[in-house]
Design a protein around this ligand. Structure first.
Ligand code: PGA
Length: 247
């Protein structure tokens, strides 16, 4: 199982240090779950340092689709690798819908992440309008198809896929376990066709209003291998409870 905590644009030095210290304590009894937190970029080095002797890993929330040059305000895959980041979140719906990231940009980012040995957590998901029009599956599989373009089978197998229906992110409206399972099964089938046996090992996680009281039921679905947690990852007790539900 894989649990990610996406802190988004929240917290400051003091509150995020406290949160991290509480996570270190709370995660002592976790056995089989990969736990990764995604702090805001300016705090990455500090959080990596704070988690040095803990099993919790650190990822960035985004990365530039270029490696270096005149790209004011951006952070490159090389820089993330350089400071000891293990993971990078790519294609989050807020990047796609607020900042206009396209599937093609996300594909470039995926290639650079692997080039710099970062493990991508690739987010995909449909809007409510796309779901209501009956296009949810088509949209999600197309996002995957383009994001994976030019990657090797091993790279695809090492990607964590986060299915996050846009209508469930930060809204309190969670996909039903059956809706999540249905999409995750389609993603698994798509991976089977692409990388055959290796598809079994890919972590396909669900994101969108996961809380301590709904986590266990979602994670119990056959093709749900964990979760990407936004709001509830900012409270240590809630996040640890969700990690335990996965464990
Ligand atoms: P949420 O966010 O848990 O607050 O819905 C999930 C995400 O954006 O990854």
């Amino acid at each position: 199982m894989f649990i990610g905590g996406n802190w988004k644009l929240n917290g400051d030095n003091e509150s995020l240090t406290k949160l991290t210290q509480a996570l270190v304590k709370g995660s002592e009894k976790l056995f089989d779950t990969r736990v990764v937190v995604f702090p805001p970029a300016v705090y990455l080095s500090h959080i990596i340092d704070t988690l040095k002797n803990s099993p919790i890993k650190v990822g960035a929330q985004n990365q530039c689709e270029q490696l270096e040059g005149a790209f004011t305000g951006e952070v490159s895959a090389h820089m993330l690798q350089d400071i000891g980041c293990d993971y990078v979140l790519l294609g989050h719906s807020e990047r796609r819908h607020v900042y206009g990231e396209t599937n093609e940009m996300i594909n470039k980012k995926m290639r650079l992440a692997f080039e710099k040995t970062l493990l991508p957590v690739l987010c995909v998901g449909e809007t409510l309008q796309q779901r209501e029009a009956g296009n949810a599956q088509k949209v999600v599989l197309q996002q995957l198809q383009i994001a994976f373009d030019g990657l090797s089978n091993d790279e695809i197998a090492n990607t964590v896929i986060a299915y996050e229906p846009v209508w469930a992110i930060g809204t309190g409206e969670v996909a039903t376990p059956a809706q999540a399972q249905e999409m995750h099964a389609s993603i698994r089938e798509f991976l089977n066709a692409l990388i055959s046996d290796k598809a079994r090992d890919v972590d396909i996680i669900y994101g969108g209003s996961v809380k301590p009281d709904n986590a266990a039921e979602i994670f119990s679905q056959a093709d749900v291998d964990g979760g990407l947690i936004g709001g509830a990852s900012l409270k240590a007790d809630d996040f640890i409870a969700i990690c335990k539900a996965a464990d």
